[in-house]
Design a protein around this ligand. Structure first.
Ligand code: NAG
Ligand code: NAG
Length: 667
């Protein structure tokens, strides 16, 4: 997502590709001023709701609230990686039920702007590309490359044909008035030169060839409109990365849980209404712009039928100013725009908030403390049948294909009994360089140390003492991916995992370089292979009842508890504040990764005055970036909660105690 600023929320159509309307009736078109629906130029207010970030049970409520907030159009990406998990195998179930989502929008009487991708600029895992796509021989993403174009055509056709079959295009009586491919083509041109240009031309022609009867648009970088109206949740392992939070709340008008966020929601609704009243003048021609003072301007729109609409701006960041416009006196508050749909009366001013604020409060549910059962990963036995051995260090995603966050890199190291460190000398040191995102070092089945990358720097350079014994030692490096990169030049080619060097220092013969030695690989945790998260009670896992304090020092432990669904229908969340890092499942469904990181940034007292910066008016500095994890009500049938706690957060961690909370709104 490029921006969530209010000013962009009315931006719609940028670069359009002409298409033939001969075969089907074209009721949506456009001209130099506006999109034209049924022969009438329109100003349409569009907001983004990404369907996989909420549950089908939430969709109708969210969409109705969007409608009441003044939206005409719901826009969404189509997320290739969730729909085509392996080549030619499609999934449109549950949260991925695109048709159901679009029909819900249609039922609400709203339009759809469908952004088929293939790239998704929305903090989504691997930018929405399926990971298998990277391993198609000879492929190069988003450029003039046959393997890529073949795969992209296959997916785009699949979606367009599905939409046609379900009669969802406006030309068929459906809600889709715009389709879009290739977000941010400007970036591509710069990146790939002629190959990028040829690809864009091909993409445009392919899109037109698919004949949807509604305009296709392509967006240039920085202009791509994606104002998030409801952000939602990065359930499962869908968050991009690394280190993108599970919450995708985005401070949007509808919060993560689908609740109305005031005053933003109401203020925007008033803005939308004011703009709608200006529509006849706005679509009629270009504005006349003139000065009203040193820092004040009028933008005035006229129609030939006598409509007049004006926008009076005051760019002075310190002082309100009195101006005269259309023979009337108006006071313009500092740093604001006033809207006059009839050129006489101000019906809206951006700086005047006429809506009461609300604040969410988290209330404990009546549910009892969780009573936990545990299952610890066995770290002493060697790798199982699925493991393999090879010379050298491999890229993590190449091995896991992103089926798991975890990859074990395991090596045996023989130590002579005569080594001087065994006789009172300095202990040896292990150096591990990794491209991320987190690393746990196990020596002979014991956690020795951990290291973490950051969002800004995925690289890890770990060097520390290790405890080896005489004879054979097992060094096991657990590399943890925390969401695959989703943005940046050629991000699809970035490597992940322990790529070396890995070097042992301080032995009697000097350093021992393990980088090109024989390594064994094991994908995922044992609990994943045993499917402990499934609700199937037939699984062979032996859960241990009892006190958690005893398990405190054991990393890689699975925790399970049963609970009753809290009464009512308020949204629910888990308080994971006291926890380390892991993933949470409710009845077999992953509600996301959790970990505790602390927000940094500029949380000084702030004022909305002046230009927008992403870091402006930040809140929550020094507090966990995420504490509450959304538990959709629809997950709660068999009532089972499971946590995989990869690594304890710290030694003070007294006890595992996530708490279930209800959300309530307070003034
Ligand atoms: C705002 O008004 C004060 C008092 O009249 C004046 O001193 C100041 O220069 C003004 N600031 C700006 C940016 O116009
Ligand atoms: C993936 O790994 C294989 C070896 O297992 C290697 O031959 C291939 O080049 C790797 N591909 C990429 C894209 O890293």
């Amino acid at each position: 997502m490029e921006t969530n600023s209010i000013s962009k929320s009315i931006l719609l159509l940028l670069i359009a590709i002409q298409l033939g309307c001969q075969l089907i009736s074209c009721t949506v078109t456009y001209d130099s001023k506006a999109i034209v629906v049924n022969g009438r130029r329109r100003i349409l207010i569009s907001g983004s709701i990404h369907y996989p970030r909420s549950t089908p049970e939430m969709w109708e409520d969210i969409i109705m609230k969007a409608k009441e907030g003044g939206l005409d159009v719901i826009e969404t990406y189509v997320f290739w990686n969730v729909h085509e998990p392996s080549p030619g195998n499609y999934n449109f179930e549950g949260r991925y039920n695109l048709v159901r989502f679009l029909k819900t929008v249609q039922k609400a009487g709203l339009y759809v702007h469908l952004r088929i991708g293939p790239y998704v600029c929305a903090e989504w895992n691997f930018g929405g590309f399926p990971v298998w796509l990277k391993y198609v021989p000879g492929i190069s993403f988003r450029t003039d490359n046959e393997p890529f174009k073949r795969a992209m055509r296959g997916f785009t056709e699949k979606i367009v044909n599905l939409m046609k079959y379900e009669k969802l295009f406006e030309s068929q009586g459906g809600p889709i008035i715009l389709s879009q491919i290739e977000n941010e083509y400007g970036a591509l041109d710069k990146k790939f030169g002629a190959a990028g240009y040829n690809y864009m031309t091909w993409a445009a022609e392919m899109a037109v060839g698919l004949g949807t009867g509604v305009p296709w648009i392509m967006c240039k970088q920085d202009d791509a409109p994606d104002p998030i109206y409801h952000g939602g949740t990065n359930f499962g392992r869908s968050a991009g990365g690394p280190f993108i939070t599970t919450s995708y709340d985005y401070d949007a008008p509808l919060d993560e849980y689908g609740l109305i966020r005031q005053p933003k929601y109401g203020h925007l609704a008033e803005l939308h209404r004011a703009i709608k009243r200006c529509e006849p003048a706005l679509v009629s021609g270009d504005p006349t712009v003139f000065s009203l003072g040193a820092h004040q301007q009028a933008h005035v729109y006229y129609s030939k039928f006598g409509h007049c609409a004006a926008f009076l701006s005051n760019y002075n960041t310190a002082n309100a100013t009195r101006v005269t416009f259309n023979k009337m006196h108006h006071t313009l508050p500092q740093w604001s725009i006033s809207i006059l749909p009839d050129c006489t009366n101000i019906v809206f001013n951006t700086a005047k908030i006429g809506v009461q604020s609300t604040r969410m409060t988290m209330l404990p549910t009546n549910s009892q403390m969780f009573s936990w059962q545990t299952f610890s990963e066995d770290l002493t036995t060697s790798v199982d049948d699925s493991a393999f051995t090879t010379i050298g260090l491999l890229d993590q995603v190449n091995v896991t294909r992103d089926a798991s966050d975890y990859l074990w890199y395991i090596i045996s190291v023989d130590v002579e009994p005569s080594e001087s460190f065994l006789h009172g000398g300095e202990p040896p040191k292990l150096l591990v360089q990794s491209t991320g995102h987190a690393l746990h070092v196990f020596i002979n089945g014991q956690l020795s140390d951990s290291a973490f990358g950051t969002r800004e720097n995925r690289r890890i350079r770990y060097k520390n003492n290790i405890k080896l014994r005489s004879g054979r030692n097992k060094i096991a490096l657990l590399s943890v991916a925390m969401g695959l990169s989703n943005i940046g030049g050629h991000y699809e080619s970035w490597e992940t995992g322990v790529l070396g060097p890995v070097v042992l220092y301080g032995l009697d013969h000097g350093k021992r370089d393990l980088t090109h030695a024989k390594w064994s690989y094991q994908v995922g945790l044992k609990g994943e292979a045993m499917d402990v998260v499934s609700t199937n009670d037939m699984s062979s896992v032996e859960w241990v009842q009892g006190s958690l304090i005893a398990q405190k020092s054991q990393p890689l432990t699975w925790h399970k508890a049963y609970f009753n669904e809290p009464n009512g229908n308020e949204p629910l969340a888990l308080d994971m504040h006291s926890m380390g890092k892991g993933q949470v499942w409710i009845n077999g469904q992953s509600i996301g990764r959790y970990w505790t990181a602390y927000a940094t940034g500029d949380c000084q007292r702030c004022h909305y005055n002046g230009n927008y910066r992403p870091t402006k008016c930040q809140v929550g500095c020094g507090r966990p970036t995420q504490r509450w994890y959304h538990v959709p009500r629809s997950c709660l049938q068999a009532l089972e909660l499971l946590l995989e706690r990869a690594v304890p957060s710290n030694e003070e961690l007294a006890m595992l105690q996530p708490r279930m909370v209800l959300l309530a709104r307070g003034a």
